[in-house]
Design a binder for this molecule. Structure first.
Ligand SMILES: [Cu+2]
Length: 300
């Protein structure tokens, strides 16, 4: 899981670094020429420290398949241009070349994405509303650029969660959306819940997640009959202030960092009476659990 995560982070900065790498290639010291017998391994890990003068970077790396176990060690890295990016905690991915007793890193891809453990920290700080708390009539803007307000869902259960479309962490927003797909499937297949549950994914990145972006994102998760599906499951943002208010109410903290949003996770059921039923923290809740909670609700 961790490997996938680093990989995705790296992909995001790959293009940028390629451009940067090319434009600066004139002043880049040439890495040693590897012989035909050189072996190459993928290294992924976290930068511990970097020493540009000596061209060394200390990396807390994952297992290097076929070469060594996970550990913290120093590697030779000759590309000067990359040192500006090598802040402690940055994610790094590179190819380790082992050639006639010498080793060095090639093709480094660095992402200064905040440490995913930061995301975990945001989980602890927010305070959720207690069950029974009346939900204010928040307003947002959905994927069709239509204003929506929480009151319009009265009479139905509202299952909401927070995401943002560019989220690169598979265990976070993409998982929430995948879970919603599953909940929605079970709800539609359940006569007691069909048409009684409305799903709402709220973006914490309203500057980027305009209606069109949300619509495209939603379409990825909805079935073929999208017109009907968007009626059951909306994707919304709004002004930064509108989003903030909803998030704060549900105890969700988030803040932008570079082109990412550092955020916790909150998923909540608001009952047909507009009162909070339950708030799930983090990413460990299961679709079945939510469906069970939905089944306990009384619909008039
Ligand atoms: Cu996310």
């Amino acid at each position: 899981m961790k490997a996938r995560l680093v990989y995705l982070h790296s992909l995001r900065s790959l293009c940028l670094l390629l451009v940067l790498g090319l434009s600066l290639s004139a002043c880049k010291p040439a890495p040693p020429k590897a012989s035909d017998g050189a072996q190459r391994y993928e290294v992924k890990g976290k930068v511990v420290s970097a020493d540009q003068a000596n061209h060394k970077v200390k990396i807390d790396h994952e297992e290097i398949k076929g070469y060594m176990d996970a550990m913290t060690m120093e590697f030779t890295l000759l590309e000067d241009w990359v040192y500006g990016e090598l802040k402690p905690g940055a994610q790094i991915q590179a190819t380790l070349v082992v050639d006639q007793g010498r080793t060095w890193l090639e093709n480094p891809v660095v992402s200064s994405v905040a440490d995913p453990s930061l995301v975990g920290k945001t989980e602890e700080s927010g305070v959720e509303p207690a069950a029974g708390t009346e939900t204010p009539d928040f307003t947002l803007v959905n994927q069709d650029a239509k204003k929506i307000s929480f009151k319009q869902y009265r009479g139905q259960a509202l299952l909401l969660t927070f995401i943002y479309t560019r989220c690169p962490l598979p265990d976070y927003c993409p998982l929430m959306s995948q879970n919603f797909v599953e909940v929605n499937k079970q709800v539609q297949a359940n006569p007691a819940l069909q048409n009684k549950v409305h799903l709402l994914s709220i973006s914490v990145d309203p500057d980027f997640d305009k209606p069109k972006v949300l619509r495209t994102y939603g379409a990825r998760y909805l079935g073929s009959d999208q017109a009907a599906a968007f009626k059951q499951w909306e994707f919304a943002a709004g002004s930064a202030e509108e989003v903030k208010q909803v998030a704060q109410f549900f105890g969700l903290n988030y803040w932008p960092e570079k082109d990412q949003i550092i955020h916790g996770l909150r998923t909540a059921i608001v009952g047909p009476d507009g009162k909070v039923v339950r708030v799930y923290r983090g990413n460990e809740w299961k679709p079945e659990e939510v469906v069970k909670d939905l089944e306990k609700l009384k619909f008039s």
